[in-house]
Write a protein that binds this ligand. Structure first.
Ligand SMILES: [Fe+2]
Length: 346
């Protein structure tokens, strides 16, 4: 794989996509950030050459100096989300925003945030004794903030306090390779279709609909958003599948625009078929976290899913930033869907 003066890039062991970045001379996050700011294209080239997924171990200095994470994020796009201005608009509580660095979301089961992990897959292992990655055995596959238009480009995710090996992993899937290998009849079927993506927690997810819950009334800036099921990457020009499942699609009016709605409807069946295809072993990678490891994923071309851990026994702390700015020409000129419009702002 490619070489630069700053770092070595090698394939992710055991994966069909992704790259591992190791900075030369064993420099830490601070020196690496300073060097990358002088040559930002090198890391962008690396992630596009690696299918939209980079693993960077040894970034522990970020944990003492979280602004480094924002500086690194700025290499990937013109806007790093400030969660104080955007998450409050979606009725998110503010305590999951880092106190000093509002670009960082804290994902943790520690109080007062108390996020709980995914339900353990049932059965916990596949029939041949492997860790399950494939939908619908493994649930929770999504791409960050797909309930927004324009959707974000990248997320950066770092382990502050991981769980022991074998728990609390994050799973990733290469949605570009998955599109390329779709049978022709499916490619033809999904061409031009749009998915309807929902803000979780409003009674529009698959489970809520199956349980007969009434969907909550939504403010205009909380409405579900449409995206093409097949997107073209604005940088690489490659086509990729852009869908989520369960709680991040709208199972009341969707999940696919213009198809029979609801769980068991034609649209839902198509989501199941596509998601089962994307999450095959040959397109997925399971990341077992170590403290100070940073992952960067391109939300346009990589899906991911959280996994189960013993939340009563372990505290897991992760930090995430979200980078926006280059969703592609189909979003050109759009105002952010998630920001409430006031008379003064019109
Ligand atoms: Fe996510």
């Amino acid at each position: 794989m490619q070489k630069t003066d700053l770092f070595d890039l090698s394939p992710v062991p055991g994966a069909t996509f992704g790259g591992v970045v190791r900075f030369k001379g064993g420099v830490g996050a601070r020196a690496a950030t300073e060097a990358l700011e002088k040559n930002p294209q090198s890391l962008l080239d690396a992630i596009y050459a690696s299918g939209g997924f980079l693993l960077i171990p040894g970034m522990d200095e970020i944990l003492d100096d979280p602004k480094l994470m924002v500086r690194l994020s700025q290499l990937f796009g013109r806007e790093v989300e400030n969660n104080l201005t955007t998450y409050s608009a979606e009725n998110r509580t503010l305590f999951n925003v880092h106190e000093e660095v509002p670009e960082i979301i804290i994902v943790t089961n520690a109080p007062p945030i108390n996020d709980q992990p995914m339900t353990r897959p049932e059965p916990p292992l596949t029939a041949d004794g492997k860790f399950p990655t494939r939908f619908p055995h493994r649930r929770g596959w999504h791409t960050d903030q797909s309930f927004r238009r324009p959707p974000p480009d990248f997320s950066l995710f770092i382990a502050v306090q991981p769980t022991p090996k074998g728990q609390g992993q994050t799973l990733y899937a290469d949605a570009t390779a998955a599109y390329e290998t779709l049978p022709d009849h499916l490619k033809k079927k999904i061409e031009g279709l749009e998915g309807l993506h929902a803000l979780p927690g409003n009674g529009r997810g698959e489970k809520a609909v199956l349980a007969g819950q009434a969907p909550k009334p939504l403010l205009p800036h909380q409405h579900s958003q449409k995206h093409p099921i097949v997107r073209t990457h604005p940088v690489t020009g490659k086509r990729m599948l852009y869908i989520c499942e369960s709680g991040q699609m709208d199972w009341v009016d969707g999940p696919i625009v213009g198809m029979e709605p609801g769980p068991g409807g034609e649209g839902g069946k198509l989501i199941y078929e596509l998601m089962t295809h994307i999450t095959q072993d040959r397109y997925t990678y399971v990341s077992d976290w170590t403290k100070g490891e940073l992952v960067i994923y391109d939300n346009r071309s990589v899906l991911h899913a959280p996994s189960w851990y013993e939340a009563h026994k372990y505290i897991r702390i992760m930090w995430r930033t979200t980078v926006m700015g280059n969703p592609g020409p189909e979003y050109a000129g759009e105002q952010p869907s998630w920001i409430p419009r006031t008379a003064a702002a019109e």
